[in-house]
Write a protein that binds this ligand. Structure first.
Ligand code: ADP
Ligand code: MG
Length: 346
């Protein structure tokens, strides 16, 4: 198995340019690949092992919850951490390699609005990702909490932080692919985005085990999916291994849905069956935020929800637009708090 692990290491070519102070394997003479005694090999391996956390070092405590990917535990590793344990039973080298490649991207992320990636357990049967533990509430819970009053200035502040974290990810050429209010935490007013890039990791794992050709649609997923992704979902139900066309623009679409949640306090197409959402979004229909007076706020929503991906703004545009919003005028009158506008709608 030593050989296998070396092969896996060599796949990880996605080294941060800032950290690449030695010749990479690709740049060296293809006739003479570095041997195990080569200094370059050892340099690389030591960089990689920095992100490898021995499973034995982790103290796994309470189960926080189970999601699509596996289970999330509270734990200890030099302090409080969140440990995401993946359901992977096969010892498929390719899957392990893909896991490693995907995970190697996370160490490129250093931004105050992104969860801190601390490392990963890469040795089967324990595949896990260790991040800092988010102690606040998710945005999902926050917008639904009746005691929470989100005025427009707070909403814009939250949205700006999300757009900044996402803009950073995109600048690093990382797609989130699963931006949703459940993957955004609020800690004393600070936004922390989690689970970026994990969709790819888990998709690999799940498809590896999939036996039928049905498509499992997790509840609450569809409202975040851009039309181009939704329409190819139908195709994927027949062809299991095709990639969904996620892009920076599909992340922006998902941000639009989060913006809608911030404004309205609930998801669009709430309570509608999957088929109906797929049909409507495919036809170009969007839910307009009822009871939101601000033209500017609606305008942002419609920009993010454009049918054509290339017509949607970038996150850098969004931070500017949000910054220019006239917050005073946008402020909701106290007689129409968020949750009332939501219940009036349903
Ligand atoms: P989902 O994002 O759909 O809720 P997950 O598998 O990502 O599913 O998360 C399962 C549970 O673990 C959720 O309750 C989520 O809030 C929690 N969780 C995930 N990541 C963290 C983290 N870094 N810190 C604290 N709680 C987390
Ligand atoms: Mg999550």
């Amino acid at each position: 198995t030593l050989k296998t692990l070396q092969q896996v290491d060599s796949i990880d070519s996605d080294v941060d340019p800032m950290e690449r102070s030695w010749p990479t394997r690709q740049n060296s003479d293809p006739q003479e690949p570095p041997g195990r005694n080569d200094w370059r090999w050892h340099q690389r391996s030591s960089v990689l092992s920095e992100w490898d956390i021995p499973y034995e070092e982790l103290e796994i405590q309470d189960l926080i919850g189970a999601g699509r990917f596996g289970r999330v535990f509270k734990g200890k590793w030099h302090g409080d951490v969140a440990i995401k344990v993946f359901n992977i039973e096969t010892d498929n080298d390719l899957q392990l390699a893909s896991f490693k490649t995907e995970v190697s991207m996370f160490r490129k992320t250093r931004h105050e609005n992104l969860v801190l990636f601390m490392g990963a357990c890469m040795k089967l049967p324990h595949l896990a990702i260790v991040t800092s533990l988010c102690k606040g509430k998710t945005l999902y819970d926050t917008v639904r909490d009746r005691r929470e009053t989100l005025n427009m200035s707070r909403i814009v502040n939250i949205a700006t932080q999300i757009a900044q974290g996402m803009g950073y990810l995109h600048a690093r050429e990382i797609l989130h692919k699963d931006l949703k209010s459940k993957n955004i935490f609020l800690e004393n007013g600070k936004v922390v985005i989690t689970d970026f890039g994990l969709f790819s990791v888990t998709k690999l794992i799940q498809y590896g085990e999939r036996k039928d050709d049905t498509l499992a649609i997790p509840p609450g997923w569809l409202p975040y999916l851009a039309p181009e992704v939704i329409t190819s979902l139908r195709a994927t139900s027949q062809y299991t291994d095709s990639d969904l066309p996620f892009s920076q623009a599909s992340d922006v679409y998902a941000f639009g849905t989060v913006w809608y949640e911030l404004l309205v306090g609930d998801l669009p197409f709430k309570t509608q069956p999957a088929e109906s959402i797929i049909w409507q979004v495919g036809k170009g229909l969007r839910q307009s935020p009822s009871n939101v007076q601000s033209r500017d706020a609606k305008d942002i929503l419609m920009q993010c929800w454009k049918t054509q991906p290339d017509k949607r703004p970038q996150f850098s545009d969004l931070t500017q637009t949000l910054d220019r919003l006239p917050r005073k005028r946008l402020t909701r009158s106290p007689s129409t708090p968020l949750h009332l506008s939501r219940s009036a709608e349903s």
